[in-house]
Write a protein that binds this ligand. Structure first.
Ligand SMILES: [Zn+2]
Length: 224
């Protein structure tokens, strides 16, 4: 399993004309030589400081909400690293950074090599159309970076624009619940949890809200 380190940064999440005070997690995943940075909220300063003299292989935005991307350009310029985002969240990105495109398109199944290990991208729409999770280790003892798709206590919010509750539940079912129970879940906000701790609540929500429906989360994606 890759080393990971968390930085918390306070700021404001804005959507649909409303503002919310939030504390975001940033994850540095790698080793003493190189890292992937997962999300770039609010202020690049503390992230640059935590990176130190390490190489940043990639800045991966789990989704395009402003509180996950608003420091991405400053960070990319400071550490000379490419920004990756799933193209289905470009409308959210463009609202924050109209003059700068992401450098790479995340897609389901993409593998990011870092520090002798790898992070596998899984498209997990629902919180937003382009939400992705990053899996490190599928055979037990692994970890997954879930952005705002899965938190301690259940699925991410789906009450605002571009969100879908049935879709996020299907994404969690197909793209997260197949991971072993001991997989540690590192989230976009708040404490970490495990797949095993969240499984009963998610399975109950799926049974209550989706019934017998079973639709794969992405129609254009390769499976796996
Ligand atoms: Zn979000």
């Amino acid at each position: 399993m890759l080393d990971h380190e968390r930085i918390e940064i306070d700021g404001v999440f804005s959507l649909d004309g409303q503002d919310f005070d939030v504390t975001n997690n940033v994850w540095l995943v790698g080793d003493a030589e190189e890292v992937v940075v997962v999300d770039a909220p609010h202020d690049a300063g503390p992230i640059v400081e935590a990176v130190g003299d390490r190489i940043v292989v990639a800045i991966v935005c789990t989704h395009g909400h402003n509180d996950h991307v608003n420091a991405a350009v400053d960070l990319a310029d400071a550490v000379d690293a490419p920004i990756w985002l799933h193209p289905e969240d470009r409308m959210l990105w463009d609202a924050v950074h109209p003059d700068r495109e992401p450098d790479g398109d995340l897609e389901h199944g993409l593998v990011m090599d870092v520090a002798g290990g790898s992070l596998v991208v899984r498209h997990a729409p629902g919180h937003s159309p382009g939400s992705c999770v990053l899996v490190d280790g599928m055979g037990g003892g692994g970890q997954v970076f879930t952005g705002d798709t899965l938190f301690e206590g259940g699925a991410g919010a789906t009450g605002r624009s571009f969100s879908s509750r049935p879709q996020i539940l299907q994404s969690i079912r197909h793209r997260l619940l197949d991971l072993p129970d001991d997989t540690v879940v590192h989230t976009g906000h708040g404490p970490s949890t495990t797949i095993g701790a969240e499984r009963p609540g998610i399975e109950q929500a799926i049974a209550d809200e989706l019934g017998a429906q079973d639709t794969a989360p992405g129609t254009t994606d390769r499976d796996g």
